[in-house]
Design a protein around this ligand. Structure first.
Ligand code: ADP
Ligand code: MG
Length: 150
């Protein structure tokens, strides 16, 4: 397992790490099932900020937001063998089954999908084993520690 630790001093640096990871995923190409990225860390630790850079690295122009009322949003990936980027935020999930009702099983089995999940611990029992884990910690107002495990 590869383990990379980073400290960022501002949101732009966190986005940059997300962007770099996305480019690596695109370069590596399709796997047997969807590429999964699990983002763990408290509220405000930088998970969504990271995904803004990540989406940019996938060539997505739309803005990635903290989904306030929605759990899931899909974006098109253009000019790649990957076709869809799913941003899932499990923070508001009451029952893990809610995510199944949104088609989670198909989402994570299709190799053409890249699926990023904030608060994956809320659906722990439903998660496939293989994925990239990014653990976020807020150190102070602008400092974040990012631990990438893959
Ligand atoms: P989460 O999705 O983990 O709840 P967000 O990415 O939505 O967190 O929010 C992170 C907040 O922290 C944003 O307001 C962002 O501007 C701020 N911030 C300050 N420093 C950093 C940093 N180094 N990396 C990421 N976000 C930072
Ligand atoms: Mg978030």
């Amino acid at each position: 397992m590869k383990r990379i630790e980073d400290i960022t001093e501002n949101p732009a640096q966190t986005k940059k790490i997300g962007e770099t990871l996305a480019r690596k995923i695109l370069k590596k190409g399709l796997l047997e099932s969807a590429v999964l990225v699990f983002l763990e860390g408290t509220l405000g630790a930088g998970k969504t900020t990271f995904l803004q850079g990540f989406a940019k690295g996938l060539g997505i122009k739309e803005k990635i937001l903290s989904p306030t009322f929605i759990i899931l949003k899909r974006f098109n990936i253009n000019d790649s063998e990957f076709k869809n980027f799913y941003h899932i935020d499990c923070y508001r999930i009451q029952r893990p089954e809610e995510i199944l009702e949104l088609g989670f099983k198909n989402m994570v089995s299709n190799p053409q999908n890249i699926v990023a999940i904030e608060w994956p611990e809320r659906i722990r029992n439903l998660l496939p084993k293989n994925g990239i884990l990014v653990k976020f910690k807020a150190i102070d107002k602008n400092k974040r520690s990012l631990l990438l495990l893959r």
